[in-house]
Design a protein around this ligand. Structure first.
Ligand SMILES: [Zn+2]
Length: 354
């Protein structure tokens, strides 16, 4: 069989799972061969050769990839393959709970979180989270049996780091996740609005810090929107400090002033990772979702990065306006594409780029 190498390469670049079984990709620099949909880092074109069967690749001296297991016929069933890969990933990262949240798994394997949850449960009868808990308990017991002190055994099984993560998260919350889900019941929230060239900036804060930064056409719709989101919270105008923070955020965008504002935002560890990566993008510059995913060492994570951007609760502080579509287009912005354009323009003007 003669392989169309351009079509093969296209399938590798897009991780096209429908090409699975049609050909195999061998990488000369690593000596490994893979299925076209392998989640490993995409090799460089000049290092790649294509083979019609695993036997042909092995005859040329390549070894089967341990991640996509190109020789295992039963794993051609995509559901079983995904479930097995996810299970192995959880086992390998059991001491790092942030690595196996549904968002992280989604970024790792390139499927949306619900698909992973459903597929995993259909194949193995329990959710990835339940599976991780079972593995963690097994690991903890095994560590104890191996003679490790209790704390080390717990930490090695991911308990210590998970507790730590929870403390950190709770520290930033001010509002517990359940209070948030209940419409802010029992929570006091203050707000301030500041007029700007980009519209009305709304800041909302709990006792612990700023919990939302948004842009609106006017102050009235800003406050109405906040009350609608937290119908049961006590929402009142804030003090001068909150207004000063709003002005500091604007100075940060228009003049590059450094920002030091306490945040009180509920988010997953994965969302925080993405948001920190956004803060690393220099003012006035842009990155594509794929570039941000690559910077996090998650080559298949562009879609997960996009959804973390969409979940951003602190406009301007977390500069999701610096992320653009694959072709450099401004794509969407929760607060309006016109505002995104104006923000980037303001940042570039300040940097003297225009
Ligand atoms: Zn592979």
């Amino acid at each position: 069989m003669q392989l169309d190498t351009d079509a093969c390469w296209e399938a590798v670049l897009t991780r096209d799972r429908s090409a699975d079984g049609l050909f195999f990709t061998a990488v000369r620099t690593t000596g490994i061969y893979c299925r076209p949909g392998c989640p490993s880092r995409t090799p460089r074109r000049e290092n790649v050769a294509f083979y019609p069967t695993p036997a042909a690749a092995e005859a040329a001296g390549f070894r089967a990839c341990k991640r996509c297991r190109p020789t295992e016929a039963e794993l051609r069933d995509p559901a079983a393959q995904l479930a097995q890969s996810v299970a192995e990933h959880i086992q390998q990262h059991i001491d790092d709970p942030a690595a196996h949240t549904l968002d992280s798994l989604s970024a790792q394997f390139g499927y949306d979180p619900q698909h992973i949850q459903r597929t995993f449960k259909a194949v193995l009868g329990l959710t990835p989270r339940q599976y991780a808990e079972a593995v963690r308990l097994d690991t903890f017991k095994a560590n104890l049996r191996a003679g490790e002190p209790v704390l080390e055994a717990a930490f090695g099984a991911g308990y210590g780091s998970s507790a730590h993560l929870y403390e950190q998260t709770n520290d930033r919350l001010g509002m517990t996740p359940s209070a948030y889900r209940k419409g802010g019941k029992g929570v006091h929230m203050s707000y301030a609005t500041v007029e700007s060239p980009f519209g009305t900036l709304l800041l909302a804060a709990t006792e612990r810090g700023v919990s939302a930064v948004r842009l609106y056409d006017d102050a009235e719709s800003a406050v109405a929107d906040l009350r609608a989101e937290f119908p049961l919270a006590e929402v009142t105008p804030g003090d001068a400090q909150l207004t000063a923070w709003g002005e500091a955020i604007l100075a940060h965008v228009t003049e590059g002033e450094p920002l030091d504002i306490p945040l009180d935002i509920q988010a997953t560890a994965f969302q925080w990772r993405v948001w920190r990566a956004l803060q690393d993008i220099p003012r006035g510059q842009t990155r594509t979702y794929q570039q941000v995913a690559d910077s996090l060492d998650m080559p298949t994570g562009a879609r997960a990065v996009a959804s973390a951007c969409a979940a951003n609760r602190a406009a301007l502080i977390i500069p999701c306006h610096r992320v653009v579509g694959a072709n450099g287009s401004l794509t969407g912005y929760r607060w309006g594409v016109g505002r995104k354009k104006a923000l980037l323009q303001a940042e570039r003007d300040e940097r003297g780029l225009l």
